[in-house]
Design a protein. Structure first.
Length: 767
């Protein structure tokens, strides 16, 4: 066997010492802190003596969600265990020789040949004092095509690899099977001396004379040559990008990572949402702020500093607006990166708009996936945009088609909560992402049934000509989570407005009359499953609501987000239109407050603009301080106590001057930042709901005259009771079905932390 008996790695053979140094460069820390030794991880049973741990665990992803037939595995041995006594088997077959010595008492191996389903990895060793020791790790392996936790593959699903362009401008090529699989392609780019953009490297046997050098954050000076690996994971197209010189370095492995990689990893998200269904996607997201379609994926500055990145077309909301599937895809794509290059020091994610929730939702639902996030143009999740849009759309319909009492523009705006009529209507039109009916005529700017042209017309739902077609909504693309109506086959919907008193704060403030308030609430109505207006209010499905919370489709903020640095910057400051409004930033923070009791790991910078580079450098300083903290303190405590002194709330003047003060949701002249950047609300806030917008279905209570600082006549009181015969929302209580996110939840086929299996709805809450 290759394992040596010496405790000191200096006495190991040269190839083992080199492997150890390379792995430790990539991890830059003692890897006895096993990468996924946290929520959702299956570790081997028991065991620690006075000389240290004795355990075996997966390093690339939790052991219950391994994909592709291989996993990077780490072993911790008690000090003094003879290495030549160690034996490791996979399903009874000896694989000891595949492990490398990576420290005086640590081993690491890339375990391959995992069979689908359950696998047994057994570690045994002998010691004079401890006798015979053994540990067993169960590994559950899934196909690289998925699914693992997102439920059955969405159908239809359009392959787009023939439209996906590789770095040299050529198409990726035709899919090899119905899962859109392609052959993996590795291409190289380089930065010319004096250049600002990367250029394809045609010949990997020698470097051009004009290739630039770069010095990375960890002090390595290397040729600015970038390796781009493109392939398919979970039916999406992934790319792993890192500095690597093919003319002087070996092929990367977890034991020979690229010399230019600084050990830090960036997850790249995307933007958008409408049209993000039923397709693979022909492009990956990017790091542009604000997001720009077709902007380059390759951030020259970050790459030159030695950062590596990973992404997948299904992490880009314009291709896939299902956060559960996006999180699963990010998990699998990161696993593939680690099994190719090694364990990163830490992984961060950042993005604007759809990239903000593309960072936060996976980080919250899968603790440990991302160790810090930088968000801008922030939304908590696409569901929040859609639900607020549905409220606004009912209001705009009432004002345009029903209103018998002539709401003024000022009255309409007061009921909506937004800054002005344009802002109100822009937000209301976001209800289009919940509407499957093509060609619906509504207020100007409303677009129903948004499709990407890649999806053939004959596959698309039409209530008359194709009633069994695919439905283009945020609900139907996540039907595995919401569940389906057994009568229609449509996704169940979480939208609920029973008991909601639209315009409550507006009538109390005198912005509308009591007559207007009563008529509005009597005639506001709701929607059916096809988003048609109906006279009755909408009652959301309680199961769908519970699963929206448990899955993280509705961001909770109390999962992984509770224990990592979060920096939130404006990105887009415009409360006048385009629906990127400030209240979404504050809603995100308030959700974290509700779940965690404080927001000390959250920093908010507002301004127009805010320096992205300052925010990035602050995040990295924060991450490095956490990495340097070798205590056994909980991750949340480490994140809070290692926050840089300058990572405080504040806003930026147009001159670039920073005003440090707590950021609060207000448009009162009570603080410098609120004078510069006043905040406006949304319909549920005006109805008395929480700023967090995290109650999807309210608990109701009887009408109480003490709640109304306005005079209703006796007949109006009678009418108010008739309108709200089931009671009005009691916003002081948790919502019906309101739950905290369930870490590492599954919607099938994995049965670990199974919340719901749409193919067998009776199969819930398995452990």
């Amino acid at each position: 066997m290759n394992l040596q008996t010496n405790d000191d790695t200096v006495n190991q053979p040269t190839h083992l010492r080199q492997a150890a140094r390379r792995l430790m460069l990539a991890t830059a820390c003692c890897y006895a802190m096993l990468a996924f030794a946290g929520p959702g991880t299956v570790l081997a049973e028991g065991g620690q003596d006075s000389r240290g741990d004795f355990r075996i665990a997966t390093l690339s992803t939790p052991a219950h969600v391994v994909s592709g037939g291989h996993a990077l595995v780490g072993v911790d041995l008690p000090q003094g265990i003879p290495l030549n006594s160690v034996n490791i088997t996979l399903n009874g077959e000896d694989i000891t020789d595949t492990f490398n010595v990576t420290g005086s008492s640590t081993l690491t191996g890339l375990v391959t040949g995992l069979r689908l389903g359950q696998n047994s990895l057994r570690l045994s060793a002998a010691d004079r004092m401890l006798g015979h020791l053994s540990r067993e790790l169960s590994i559950t392996n899934y196909p690289i095509t998925g699914p693992i936790t997102s439920g059955p593959h969405i159908d239809p699903f359009i392959c787009q690899s023939e439209s996906f362009l590789l770095p040299d401008g050529t198409p990726l090529g035709a899919p090899l099977d119905d899962d859109c699989t392609v052959s993996t392609v590795v291409q190289y780019l380089y930065l010319p001396v004096g250049g600002s953009a990367l250029t394809p490297l045609a010949d990997t046997s020698s470097l051009p004379a004009n290739v630039a050098d770069t010095t990375t954050l960890h002090g390595e000076t290397v040729p600015f040559v970038v390796r781009v690996e493109t392939g398919t994971v979970n039916r999406g197209i992934y790319q792993s990008v890192v500095l690597h010189d093919p003319t002087s370095e070996p092929e990367p492995t977890p034991f020979t990572p690229p010399r230019g990689w600084n050990g830090r990893l960036i997850g790249i998200q995307g933007f958008g949402c409408p049209g993000g269904w039923y397709r693979q996607g022909a492009s990956i997201g990017n790091l542009a702020f604000p997001p720009i379609a077709n902007a380059t994926l390759f951030d020259v500055q970050r790459l030159g500093e030695g950062y590596a990145s990973f992404s997948n077309t299904l992490q880009h909301p314009s291709n896939n607006c299902n956060a559960v599937l996006a999180a699963e895809t990010a998990m699998m794509s990161k696993e593939h990166f680690i099994e190719t290059f090694g364990v990163p020091r830490y992984a961060v994610s950042h993005g604007c708009s759809g990239g903000s929730y593309g960072s936060m939702q996976p980080a919250d639902a899968l603790p440990g996936l991302f160790d810090g996030v930088l968000i801008a143009c922030t939304f908590p999740d696409p569901l929040s945009i859609a639900l607020s849009g549905l409220d606004g759309h009912l209001l705009s319909h009432y004002f345009a088609e029903i209103d018998p009492f002539g709401f003024s523009e000022e009255g309409q705006v007061a009921v909506s909560g937004y800054k002005n009529l344009r802002a109100f209507l822009d937000a209301a039109n976001q209800a289009g992402r919940t509407d499957p009916v093509p060609g619906r005529v509504d207020i100007p700017g409303y677009n129903s049934a948004v499709w990407n042209p890649a999806v053939p017309a004959d596959l698309r739902y039409d209530p008359f000509s194709n009633p069994f077609g695919a439905r283009p909504t945020v609900f139907d693309t996540a039907r595995n989570v919401y569940g389906v109506d057994s009568n229609t086959g449509f996704a169940l919907r979480p939208f609920d407005n029973v008991g909601v008193q639209y315009g409550l704060e507006a009538v109390i403030a005198g912005a509308i009359t009591t007559t207007q308030f009563l008529d509005l609430n009597e005639n506001i109505g709701g929607y059916d499953q096809d988003a048609n207006y109906v006279a009755s209010r909408s009652s959301g499905d309680v199961g769908a609501i519970e699963r929206a919370h448990l899955s993280g489709l509705q961001l909770g903020g109390g999962g992984g987000m509770a224990s990592i640095p979060v920096i939130d910057i404006s990105g887009i400051y415009n409360d006048d239109s385009a629906y990127h409004y400030q209240w979404f930033h504050f809603a995100t923070r308030d959700r974290m407050l509700d779940e965690n009791g404080d927001t000390r790991n959250h920093v908010m910078w507002r301004g127009n603009p805010v320096s992205y580079e300052k925010a990035w450098l602050t995040l990295i300083e924060w991450m490095e301080a956490i990495q340097a903290d070798k205590s056994q303190a909980p991750d949340r405590i480490k994140a809070i106590r290692n926050k840089p002194s300058h990572a405080i709330d504040g806003c930026f003047l147009p001159t670039g001057e920073f005003i440090g003060e707590p950021q609060i949701f207000s448009r009162e002249p009570d603080a410098h930042c609120n004078i510069l950047f006043p905040s406006y609300g949304f319909p549920r806030l005006v109805a008395g709901g929480p700023l967090a917008a995290n109650i999807l279905k309210c608990t109701t209570k009887p009408i109480d005259p003490a709640d109304y600082a306005v005079a209703f006549s006796p007949s109006e009181w009678t009418r108010l009771h008739e309108i709200f015969s089931e009671g009005v929302c009691d916003w002081s209580k948790p919502g019906i079905g309101q739950e905290s996110v369930k870490a590492w939840a599954s919607f099938g086929p994995s049965t670990f932390n199974l919340v719901f299996d749409v193919s067998n709805p009776a199969n819930e809450d398995s452990q």
